[in-house]
Ligand binder design. Structure first.
Ligand code: C5P
Length: 237
């Protein structure tokens, strides 16, 4: 079963701001104010600050992408997804390479929480073809990303996480309602002249990503609110 998703909303809702630095997370949320409505909480922040931080974000009206990167037996994943759902989050990640039984368990568990989307993590962006071979995968990165994305689709996942470099391949293959979330975004001024390695937010969206995850380009900026506004303007253009 695939739940139809309407993206709706403004462009700012397609930018998921990554809160990776526990000491500065609350401050960043305050600086961005109402302009930013969607935040990623990953393993570092969750471990350091605990679920109460997630609840605070949700209570403040923010959407939360809880990047748990679950890879466990189906019953444990289902239980973790339920615990995430209780926090009121919007999206949770599960490793697609854990297999269809795990993905299906996650989707079934998420169905108890209206609006909770399961995103299947395809291949982490730090892996290349050689790293895949090291763990016994002979496919190239794009082949493996596609294989896992199709597995995620068949299991009823709401979307996938992949590098922006695979966004077009995924968009051309997956149904339109499936979300494609891409981290690894570089700010426009850094990316100029290096098209081989860097992808801007606009390029990722143009290639078919529905959401971009952006961390340091905003959190490490002199003025995060200005950087966030520039990113919105980049997508608008
Ligand atoms: O690089 P940046 O600070 O924007 O990263 C934000 C988040 O995106 C990080 O938490 C990391 O999990 C993810 N990321 C990734 N692949 C990259 C760069 C970042 O998955 N190449």
């Amino acid at each position: 079963m695939l739940v139809k998703i309407s993206l709706g909303g403004g462009l700012n809702q397609r930018i998921i701001v990554s809160l990776d630095f526990p000491a500065a997370a609350s401050d960043l949320v305050r600086k961005l104010g109402p302009a930013a409505s969607f935040y990623k909480v990953g393993l570092q922040l969750l471990t350091a600050a605990g679920p109460s931080f997630v609840r605070e974000l949700v209570d403040a009206g923010k959407r939360v992408f809880l990047d748990l990167k679950l890879f466990e037996i189906p019953s444990s994943v289902a239980a973790a997804v339920a615990a995430a759902g209780e926090l009121g989050i919007s999206q949770v990640t599960v490793h697609a390479s854990a297999g269809s039984a795990v993905l299906e368990a996650a989707v079934a568990s998420a169905a108890h929480f209206p609006g909770l989307e399961v995103l299947a993590l395809t291949v982490i962006t730090s892996m290349d073809d050689e790293a895949l071979r090291e763990v016994g995968v002979v496919s190239t990165v794009p082949e493996q990303v596609l294989r896992l994305a199709l597995l995620a689709q068949a299991a009823g996942c709401h979307g996938v996480v992949a590098s922006p470099l695979e966004a077009r391949l995924l968009r051309n293959t997956l149904p339109q309602e499936m979300l494609i979330v891409t981290p690894g975004i570089q700010p426009l001024e850094f990316a100029k002249g290096d098209h081989a390695r860097f992808t801007t937010a606009a390029q990722a969206i143009e290639a078919g990503a529905t959401h971009v995850v952006v961390g340091r380009p905003i959190s490490r900026a002199l003025n995060p609110a200005v950087s966030f506004a520039a990113l919105c303007a980049e997508l608008d253009g």
